[in-house]
Design a protein. Structure first.
Length: 281
């Protein structure tokens, strides 16, 4: 699928603000499942310096520095990207990685994955994961699919535009959550079985008849033989060509589309955001 994206954010400050370095992660990823044809980022007020680079997780980030004060900050990204993964299961798990739980040996074989495997200590989460693993026959891909389905069916979805993700235990106890809440719960349950997991920020096609979209979140897990593969517990889907990834990292704050601080005489700001895109087959 070919998508033409436009994502605009406007921060309105209670009084003129001095901006520290602002970091933007609005450039769609270019990898084995996405091709980026064009990308343009406009920033108002005009930065005194604008620089692009890779962060420690391989995401493209744009850093902007400003002089003076401003009553608002406006960022607009326009991109054309093609998604190419029609079949999300076009891989074979390596024979020595099929059985769960994965232990220390799996991480030692790929030490770069250790940052995606913080220890899960919550006994209630471990109990949930053990039950899902038993139902999946102790195999990794059936476990991931059942986990995705379990969260999708068990938890109702809500829209919560601001705020950090709830803890996995709180989300499950409440029985509801936003896409980022369900993603964090998915990651914790996968990690409890030794499966490396990371948080992804991006977009989903949604209703193709409605050009207005929202920022979305889902998880990716590392499967030997398949690499990083996406699963969306909010929609109950394995990620294919209807998702567009921007950034991925071990934790959600590291994938924020805009991050940075400001100072002003009056505290407070208001965010206006608009995501539009059209698609062609």
């Amino acid at each position: 699928m070919l998508f033409h994206l436009r994502h605009k954010l406007r921060y309105l400050y209670a009084s003129p603000a001095t901006l520290d370095c602002q970091i933007f992660r609005l450039r769609p990823r270019a990898d084995g499942s996405q091709r980026l044809f064009s990308h343009h980022l406009s920033v108002t007020p005009e930065p005194s310096l604008l620089s692009q680079g890779l962060d420690e997780f391989g995401n493209v980030e744009t850093r902007a520095w400003f002089l003076g004060e401003t009553p608002q900050l406006t960022v607009e990204a326009r991109s054309t990207v093609e998604t190419t993964r029609v079949n999300p299961f076009d891989f074979l798990i390596e024979p020595n990685a099929m059985a769960l739980p994965w232990g220390d040996a799996a991480v030692k074989a790929r030490p770069g994955l250790s940052q995606y495997l913080p220890q899960v200590r919550d006994l209630s989460l471990l109990g949930f994961a053990e039950g899902i693993r038993r139902d999946a026959g102790g195999e990794v891909l059936p476990f991931v699919l059942r986990l995705n389905h379990w969260l999708h069916e068990r938890l109702s979805k809500e829209t919560r535009l601001e705020g950090v993700p709830r803890s996995p235990a709180e989300t499950i106890l409440l029985g509801r959550g936003s896409c980022r809440d369900l993603t964090v719960a998915f990651m914790a349950l996968a990690r409890s079985q030794g499966i490396p997991a990371r948080f992804v920020t991006g977009y989903h096609e949604g209703d193709p008849q409605n050009p207005r979209k929202e920022l979305h979140a889902w998880a990716e897990v590392f499967l030997p033989g398949g690499g990083w593969r996406g699963f969306d517990p909010s929609l109950g889907l394995a990620v294919a060509d209807r998702h567009i990834a921007l950034a991925a990292a071990p934790e959600s704050p590291e994938t924020a589309v805009v991050s940075g601080i400001y100072s002003s005489a009056k505290t407070g700001s208001r965010l206006e955001t608009e995501v539009l895109f059209e698609e062609t087959a």
